[in-house]
Design a protein around this ligand. Structure first.
Ligand code: SF4
Length: 339
């Protein structure tokens, strides 16, 4: 996967480094060289904005990226939406899942759950059923809990502050700011793995979380938060990529302090993903397989070891307990089902 983390859907429930979720939750994004679709929608500017950018090299970086972006912006259907529920679903799905796989799932999910009220009225199991093929099923569970809270505590209207959004189940600092920037068009900065990587390279040094967020905040042009955040996300996904940054063709090369020379300062920098653990044979694979089979119907507890592919009773029990603890599986009379 190239590129990481649209924030971390499960970070707020204390599982950011949990058993089956890496430290950074990622989105894989197709680089420009592999034929990413271009977008020329009314949602995008047709020429660079003229608002004053901050002074200095960072201000020039903003100008260069904003000049580059309108012609290459990716065609992502959620960019046409300002509905916080639709934006939230896109952000949650895009964590750890390639964006081209997310698009049809996002459309199908919103067809079944077009509003936060419809999701809140469903069972968690119904959301998990529609999560088939996306992986990391806890994201669906947290989405359901979030919908229930927004309906119960906010009468179905998402709050518009970072603090209130982060108090919702499963929403961390990235997702809170993404809702504010992409649904409400506030001038806040999102820092996912792409943005974290770009900022570290631009400054030629590894950044702390506070430094990365502070630098990102300073870049946001006045009254252009939506556009700027989309532009820098695309820049990180298409030009300043994880494995092969296109420095020789980079529109911001003149203001970049790293430019591909020497050790990559993005490694270990805030928000930047680390390598994912091997999936085959992992507990995560076993958990996913049981949930996959539960989408088709109940599974007997006595059959779980076979579903997991384990011949180790202790490991089977441990993994099954983790599914109970997360609320992804319930048991009654020796039969397991989705919640
Ligand atoms: S010059 Fe290279 S490292 Fe610097 S911003 Fe551009 S692509 Fe990234």
């Amino acid at each position: 996967m190239d590129g990481l983390g649209r924030g971390c859907w499960i970070e707020h429930v204390g599982l950011r480094t949990g058993v089956d979720v890496p430290i950074s939750i990622g989105r894989s994004l197709a680089p420009l060289s592999c034929g990413a679709e271009l977008w020329h929608s009314a949602n995008l500017p047709t020429k660079p904005h003229t608002q004053a950018a901050p002074p200095g090299a960072d201000g020039r970086f903003v100008e260069l990226v904003r000049e580059w972006w309108p012609e290459v912006a990716r065609d992502l259907p959620w960019r046409a939406s300002r509905d916080p529920w639709e934006v939230l679903v896109s952000e949650v799905m895009a964590q750890q899942t390639q964006v081209d796989r997310v698009i049809p799932k996002w459309k199908a999910f919103l067809k079944r759950f077009p509003t936060v009220e419809t999701a809140a009225a469903a069972t968690a199991g119904e959301l998990i059923e529609l999560w088939d093929g996306l992986g990391y099923n806890r994201r669906a569970l947290n989405l359901h809990r979030c919908a229930e809270t927004v309906v119960a505590d906010y009468e179905g209207e998402f709050p518009e502050t970072v603090a209130e959004l982060m108090a919702l189940p499963g929403i961390g600092p990235y997702t809170a700011r993404a809702i504010l920037a992409f649904a409400f068009e506030h001038d806040v900065a999102v820092v996912d793995t792409n943005v974290g990587r770009v900022l570290a390279r631009l400054n030629a040094r590894t950044l702390s979380a506070n430094e990365a967020q502070g630098l990102a905040d300073e870049l946001v042009p006045t009254a252009a938060g939506w556009e700027w955040n989309q532009a820098i996300l695309d820049f990180g996904a298409m030009v300043c990529t994880k494995r092969s940054p296109e420095c020789s063709q980079c529109p911001a090369r003149s203001v970049c302090k790293w430019s591909g020379e020497g050790a990559d300062p993005a490694v270990g920098s805030a928000g930047v993903s680390s390598t994912q653990a091997v999936f085959a044979g992992s507990d995560r694979q076993a958990r996913g397989e049981l949930v996959r089979q539960l989408r088709s119907g109940p599974v007997l507890v006595v059959d779980v070891a076979e579903v997991f592919g384990f011949d180790d009773t202790e490991r089977t029990n441990r993994v099954l307990r983790s599914l109970f603890r997360d609320g992804l599986v319930v048991e009654e009379d020796g039969r397991l089902t989705l919640p």
